[in-house]
Design a protein around this ligand. Structure first.
Ligand code: SF4
Length: 395
């Protein structure tokens, strides 16, 4: 079926059985109940009407006086910006609501630990030109935008995101494109930011089109949280046509909690896959939000129903002011241990630590090799039962 025929959440009934659809909750407009649908489902209206001040925020959530004072201090350091759609998912009375914790400033952000870093992944160090990180031999990270629909409190790139002085200027984009043209080893380009789907359709089309003319580039990836925090972006037919035009595109998005998997989000990821994109998900392991095997399993199961492949769980980076979100590394290993074998491999992401200082992603997981003698390998399965495997004597 053509994605142009799937325009609203009602149209999903043509694609999915009722028992699947009912796993995805419909959303209300919250305090925006008087806003007409033509505005609410318009991504530009959503961007223009982001929640950025405390007066609007207080209409959405209950805040104590202390929280109000802390809000002013934290938002001065890293501003708040929440799309009305994402704000409408917040439980107004629950200060531990996972959507609230990801989007509303908390006083803990002011605690900068000695081990925190402004740029923990050394992305600026590995920039041959401004706006492009080249670390691995065959792939580059292209920062096409500094804006995001909702500013995540756990963002690892707080130093750049929402910083107008670091805006991705035309020259920066041209320099990055030139670098890719001249560097023949680059086979894979990740267009990210910020969020590249915050760019105008025209600008995005230009960037993707230019990259597609470079013969040595094979893989084109997009990193975007729009499907989670502004899914109505995917109601834009012009955007979908652009993505269809520049295939193959692998799009990686960022859902952290099952509460974010709404009917509108399902529409967004369905349309993306119908337009030819593969869609993967990169979750950040966040204390108090998704640091349990049950929540992570529920999230990954929902993602599969949305045709989104769980790709990574990232250990929370050592960025400044996000220490309160960090868990022990062993928590991520425990989550994988409790998923492997108990659910299908398709639902299990890789757990990785992005090595501080720019060492790249290091995968971690439970140890399944419990003995090795001569050519006998003793392995244990998910139920801790042991099995011997006999390797060839020689390679
Ligand atoms: S969408 Fe990504 S880049 Fe943007 S604020 Fe959130 S974590 Fe940071």
């Amino acid at each position: 079926m053509d994605w142009k025929k799937i325009r609203t959440t009602f149209d999903l009934e043509q694609l999915y059985p009722h028992h699947i659809l009912e796993k995805f909750h419909d959303t209300s407009k919250g305090i925006w109940s008087n806003v007409p649908d033509e505005n609410w489902y318009d991504w530009k209206w959503q961007l223009k009407n982001r929640v950025e001040d405390i007066e609007t925020l207080k209409k959405i959530i209950n805040m104590t006086k202390e929280e109000e004072v802390n809000f002013e201090k934290c938002s001065a350091k890293f501003k708040m910006s929440i799309t009305p759609y994402y704000a409408s998912l917040i439980d107004s009375t629950d200060s531990n609501c996972p959507v609230r914790m990801q989007s509303v400033p908390y006083s803990e952000e002011m605690n900068i630990l000695d081990t925190d870093m402004e740029d923990p992944l050394a992305e600026e160090r590995d920039m041959p030109v401004q706006g492009l990180t080249h670390r691995y031999p065959d792939r580059v990270l292209f920062y096409a935008s500094n804006d995001c629909p909702t500013l995540c409190r756990h963002c690892t790139r707080k130093r750049k995101v929402a910083n107008p002085s670091a805006e991705s200027q035309k020259k920066q984009i041209e320099d990055a494109l030139d670098y890719i043209r001249q560097t023949k080893t680059v086979r894979d380009v990740i267009v990210s930011g910020g969020d590249p789907l915050c760019l105008s359709n025209q600008k995005l089309d230009y960037i993707l089109g230019e990259i597609r003319t470079i013969k040595h580039v094979e893989v084109l990836r997009l990193g975007t949280r729009n499907p989670c925090t502004l899914p109505m972006r995917m109601r834009d037919d012009e955007l979908l046509s652009i993505l269809e035009k520049h295939q193959p595109i692998h799009l990686n998005t960022h859902y952290n909690h099952p509460k974010e998997c709404t009917r509108e989000a399902l529409l967004a990821t369905t349309r993306l896959s119908m337009a030819g994109c593969t869609v993967g998900n990169q979750t950040v392991l966040l204390k108090g939000i998704n640091d349990s095997p049950e929540i992570m399993t529920e999230l990954c199961h929902k993602l599969l129903l949305m045709k989104v492949r769980p790709y990574y769980i990232f250990q929370c980076d050592l960025s400044e002011g996000i220490g309160h979100f960090r868990t022990k590394v062993s928590k991520g290993v425990e989550i994988i241990e409790k998923m492997r074998g108990w659910t299908s491999g398709l639902a299990i992401p890789h757990f990785v630590v992005d090595a501080p200082g720019g060492g790249g992603k290091i995968p971690l997981g439970p140890n399944y090799v419990v003995g090795h003698k001569d050519n006998k390998l003793t392995l244990r399965n998910y139920e801790h039962k042991e099995y011997d495997y006999y390797e060839p004597e020689e390679d």
